[in-house]
Design a protein around this ligand. Structure first.
Ligand code: ARG
Length: 244
């Protein structure tokens, strides 16, 4: 082998070795936008608290993220099938979900709220009788309205289920819904940016976690350590101040 060839091989070898060191792993983060301030679309890009949180964890733990916006109801299936690596979607840690995915330590607490149109006189009684209530499919709000109200005959009207809260809120504002049940922090944000009002809070005591596939302890450890470090170094407080 000529010297020239040797040098070329050596350079290629070094390049391969070096790129292994510098190329950070990229994880695909699944979310469901329309859930401000956790995830929403701004200038065609999905941004929000959850996205920044994952980005900051990635900075500490040496990974990049790519964000995929899908319907909330499809997130767990997408994780299971390997389409995404992480769910960051203001997802409540529940026993049922814990059977199929692993959750990080909690990073945010929330209850459910009832919102109505600004000019409506409805109060919490909008949940009783013949009213149309909107929810996002598969959310804890959906489950609560279904199990606590509809199945017990307290709500005799229709539950309308949507893929994204953007459409839920639109239908409420357009008068196609009487009320909507959704997470309090998001209800608060919508009441600031849309003509809707919070009329009641349901104390469900939920906690949000980041989810990964069952048994993916390597990634879960990175995420948990990341959250802890962000709390310790003050970045978590900065993110909260930025978004809330
Ligand atoms: N916390 C609720 C749940 O886990 C609602 C989450 C909805 N998230 C979203 N990104 N749209 O069911």
């Amino acid at each position: 082998m000529s010297l020239k060839k040797n040098i070329v091989f050596a350079i290629i070898g070094l390049f391969v070795l070096f790129s292994g060191f510098v190329m950070a792993e990229t994880y695909v983060v699944g979310t469901s936008a329309g859930f401000p301030p956790f995830e929403y679309v701004e200038n065609g890009e999905v941004v929000g608290f959850d996205i920044d949180l994952l980005r900051e964890i990635g900075k500490l733990k040496g990974f990049d993220i790519e964000v995929k916006d899908i319907s909330f109801d499809s997130l767990i299936a997408a994780l299971k099938s390997g389409n995404i690596d992480i769910i960051a979607a203001g997802m409540t840690i529940t026993d049922a979900r814990k059977e199929v995915v692993d959750f990080s330590i909690p990073y945010y607490s929330a209850n459910q709220s009832v919102i109505v149109q600004n000019d409506s006189d409805d109060d919490i009684t909008v949940l009783f009788g013949n009213h149309k209530i909107g929810v996002q499919t598969g959310t804890t709000g959906d489950l609560w309205v279904t199990e606590t109200l509809k199945d017990k005959g307290i709500l005799t009207g229709e539950i309308k289920r949507y893929d994204t809260f953007v459409y839920v809120i639109n239908d409420l504002v357009n008068g196609n819904l009487d009320g909507v049940v959704l997470d309090t922090p998001v209800a608060k944000r919508y009441s600031e940016i849309k003509p809707v009002n919070i009329v009641a809070e349901i104390i469900t005591g939920e906690e949000y976690g980041i989810a990964v596939n069952k048994g993916n302890t390597e990634l879960m450890n990175k995420i948990n350590e990341g959250i802890e470090e962000l709390i310790e170094n003050g970045t978590m407080d900065q993110l909260i101040a930025k978004y809330f």
